[in-house]
Design a binder for this molecule. Structure first.
Ligand SMILES: [Zn+2]
Length: 310
């Protein structure tokens, strides 16, 4: 953007998830003006494009057309658009992979668009005016159906020629115990990916594997809080694996703050236990790490997508 142009007073953020599409109209100073959530047309690419168009149209429906036509849109998406091919890569909403999402949405929406990985959007949201506000370097982590991450330094998303910065979910579990190797299979084709261990489904699968009980992560957390020792052990294994994964990141990125997001970020024991569990793996004589819950919770993805237009 040329420096004489003022930043847009309004911007839209879209969080394109596997189960829902959330849209947010953000005003000056990050004021939330309208919010809308619809179900994702799972498995149907064409319907996904139309659903996004419908959300944008609804968010702008009370605005005069001459104002609405200039409002830019940021899209937080699973995976990323490959700089090499221009096609979606690495999305766990696999029906998006191989599709020219940016070109197709440009022809549907006919307005300025920016795209970023959903975990990058979460990290940006928490760094701009969330739990990591004021920190120089923020590593934002999504622990949900999938596992992703984003790095924000000095208020800017860090990304590179592969559009894969912060993608730690498909690195292998570091410092594995003998019974953790080779680890569970992952949808990406590898085994022992962090995502397969520490995502919500990974946590549930590990509990099922060890105890034979099929429980959701929320049920495991509830039962552990009520004294169920099997569930407590599952959470302990999960926290240890998450800590080892995060220690690997800290040794490379050295963030000031880690902010957790996604459904599993609601588990309060993580903020108590992770610093202690991460510390032994840090290559420093100051093995302290600040792990914080998100300010914006579920809303962070759409807010960060809107902040792609600073
Ligand atoms: Zn994987």
């Amino acid at each position: 953007m040329p420096i004489h142009e003022a930043p847009p007073p309004l911007r839209i953020g879209i969080d394109l998830g596997g189960t829902k599409i959330e849209g947010l109209l953000l005003g000056p100073a990050g004021k939330e003006m309208r919010r809308l959530r619809v179900a994702s047309p799972s498995g149907d690419y064409g319907a996904t494009l139309q659903a996004i168009a419908g959300v944008v149209a609804e968010l702008l429906s009370e605005m005069p057309p001459e104002t609405a036509c200039d409002v830019p849109v940021g899209i937080g998406m699973p995976g990323s658009i490959s700089p090499k091919t221009g096609l979606v890569q690495n999305a766990n909403s696999t029906w998006l992979n191989g599709k020219p999402l940016d070109k197709d949405l440009a022809s549907v929406l006919r307005r300025p668009l920016r795209f970023a990985n959903d975990a990058n959007c979460f990290a940006l949201s928490e760094a701009v005016d969330g739990a990591g506000a004021g920190a120089v370097c923020v590593f934002g982590v999504i622990l949900g159906t999938g596992v992703g991450g984003g790095i924000v330094h000095s208020g800017r998303l860090q990304d590179g020629p592969r559009a894969s910065s912060g993608e730690w979910g498909h690195n292998p579990l570091p410092w594995p115990e003998p019974d953790e190797y080779p680890g569970p299979g992952c949808w990406c084709g590898r085994s022992g990916c962090l995502e397969a261990w520490i995502s919500g489904p990974g946590l549930a699968a590990d509990h099922h594997q060890v105890t034979g009980e099929a429980l959701k992560p929320t049920e495991i957390a509830e039962r552990a809080a009520n004294g169920d020792t099997g569930c407590a052990s599952t959470l302990k294994r999960h926290a240890s694996r998450l800590a080892r994964g995060l220690a690997h990141v800290v040794n490379i990125v050295d963030p000031d703050v880690i902010v957790l997001g996604g459904g599993l970020s609601l588990m309060p024991h993580l903020y108590r236990d992770l610093p202690r569990l991460i510390a032994p793996h840090l290559f420093t004589d100051a093995p302290y790490i600040d792990v914080r819950p998100p300010r914006w919770g579920d809303a962070g993805g759409a807010r960060g997508a809107a902040w792609l237009w600073p």
